[in-house]
Design a protein around this ligand. Structure first.
Ligand SMILES: C[S@@+](CC[C@H](N)C(=O)[O-])C[C@H]1O[C@@H](n2cnc3c(N)ncnc32)[C@H](O)[C@@H]1O
Ligand code: SF4
Length: 462
């Protein structure tokens, strides 16, 4: 393993710094999105981006699932009625026509993602139609050089699904596995056999999907070091290029299906940390490197290479090697990152349908970034992706003097430096192996909105 990508699990530090904080898939975070930003301003900004000729990234949200997984925090509609897909897709096509009209057709779509819900809930004919309509409105690449990915629920593919997806242009899959233990699977209503999962992974490889990724969750009911360790061992044997190990966040007030989770069966915080420590050990021993924020990859995978080359990037879909795109979000809930703005479509299907039927884009909130937001986003992205930041690189892009602009932040980093999370030497911040799991805490120092919220709280108390 490359020494620069090593990671230390320091229980004392983790316990001390273990506070809730943003995951920085965006900066400003979604808390700052407001309804003053709507479809009209979005359309103006979108048109302006054509001058750059930048490539595009397209995200399609397919919200339907056949059955509910009790842990699920995704935006979804659970239904057995497959005819529900058509009215949704009809709106998606209309939205695509409106969005497609904003962007020059010669801007190449270097990245495309179908997420959910369960994208393969829709029929094979519908999948073909969706990709066909996309090609009518956007400049899809037909030479397999793009990063075209789809989230796969292994229970929702048949013998020909993967072959069709490959033919439609997909070259990456991520597979929802979560855990192989039967008792755990039953307790979260997500029962799928090991052979089913392994079969899908093998098919994907033989069909020439370039990268396979597996999603796991730790912190589910009945999990412990033994059961989760067994799952990790089995996954290592099938050798996916990427593995995500998500921390289960139990928030039953916010996510209704989680009310069906047996709380007494949830592992204790101590057991969860022990599971995480063991997982990191198993994966690093098996040759995976820690990319950051729940993600591991083989050292020769593009993500790991990009991290070493400092070309890694992070957005709503997680880590990526395509940094210079405008991201167009299509479908309910989807987020767009266009020019210096974030925008989000209605979550609620009825409201989404209503907007599209009225001939309007479904953007209902968002935020425009000012120069300070753009600068801080750059700092946070560099830290979270590369675990390193050279002041000079930031100064060149933003025309500031780092030590002056961030004098307060650099002072606030001092205790973290004393604790061994990072080093500030010369004109560089380097996150140390013990600070990698706590990268959010380091980034939070540079978050102006968190600071303002904290200051407001204090002033209210006084
Ligand atoms: C958007 S879901 C869609 C994937 C697909 N529907 C499936 O389940 O296979 C992507 C991933 O989010 C993760 N996830 C969902 N709810 C979660 C939660 N409450 N805590 C942590 N991870 C979660 C799961 O690992 C899941 O595979
Ligand atoms: S985890 Fe996937 S399949 Fe399960 S409810 Fe969530 S989105 Fe649907």
């Amino acid at each position: 393993m490359s020494l620069s990508q090593s990671i230390d699990f320091d229980l004392d530090l983790i316990n001390r710094y273990n506070t809730a904080g943003p995951r920085y898939t965006s900066y400003p975070t979604a808390v700052q999105f407001h309804e003053g930003f709507g479809a009209e301003r979005y359309a103006e900004i979108a048109r302006e981006t054509n001058a750059s000729g930048r490539p595009l990234s397209l995200y399609f949200h397919i919200p339907f699932c056949d059955t509910v997984c009790f842990y699920c925090a995704c935006n979804k509609v659970v239904t057995k009625d497959r005819t529900k897909a058509k009215p949704y897709l009809d709106r998606l096509y209309k939205e695509m026509a409106m969005q497609g009209a904003l962007f020059d057709k010669n801007r190449p779509v270097t990245q495309l993602h179908w997420g959910g819900g369960t994208p393969t809930f829709i029929s094979h004919d519908e999948m073909t139609e969706l990709m066909g309509k996309t090609a009518e409105h956007f400049g899809l690449l037909d030479d397999d050089t793009g990063e075209y990915s789809i989230e796969i629920d292994p229970r929702e593919v048949d013998d020909s699904t993967l072959g069709l997806l490959r033919k439609l242009g997909f070259n990456r899959i991520s597979l929802g596995v979560q855990d192989f233990d039967e008792k755990v699977q039953k307790s979260v209503n997500r029962v799928q056999s090991e052979s089913l999962v392994l079969g899908v992974l093998e098919d994907a490889r033989s069909l020439g999907f370039r990268s396979t990724s597996v999603d796991l969750i730790y912190g589910l009911p009945h999990q412990d070091r033994k059961t989760f360790g067994d799952t990790i061992e089995k996954i290592i044997k099938v050798d996916p290029a990427r593995i995500s190990v998500f921390n289960y966040a139990h928030l039953p007030d916010r996510f209704k299906p989680q009310r069906r989770i047996e709380e007494e069966a949830l592992p204790s915080p101590g057991e969860k940390l022990a599971m995480l420590q063991q997982t990191i050990q198993q994966l690093t021993e098996a040759g995976y490197v820690y990319i950051g924020m729940d993600h591991f990859a083989k050292p020769d995978d593009e993500l790991a290479v990009a991290q070493r080359d400092h070309t890694l990037y992070r957005n709503f879909q997680g880590y990526s090697t395509h940094s210079n795109c405008d991201l167009v979000g299509l479908g309910s809930t989807s987020v767009g990152v266009v020019g210096n703005s974030y925008s989000q479509n209605h979550h609620d299907l009825e409201k989404y349908f209503q907007c599209i039927d009225d001939g309007k884009l479904a953007v209902f909130r968002g935020v425009e970034l000012d120069a300070d937001d753009v600068l801080r986003r750059d700092v946070i992205t560099r830290l979270i992706c590369h675990f390193e930041l050279a002041f000079e690189d930031v100064e060149k892009v933003h025309g500031i003097k780092f030590t002056d602009y961030f004098a307060r932040e650099l002072k606030e980093l001092k205790p973290m430096e004393d604790d061994g999370l990072l080093k500030v030497s010369g004109n560089t911040i380097t996150v140390q192996p013990a600070g990698r799991l706590l990268i959010r805490n380091i980034c939070m120092t540079f978050d102006r909105y968190l600071r303002e919220a904290t200051e407001q709280r204090f002033s209210r108390v006084i």
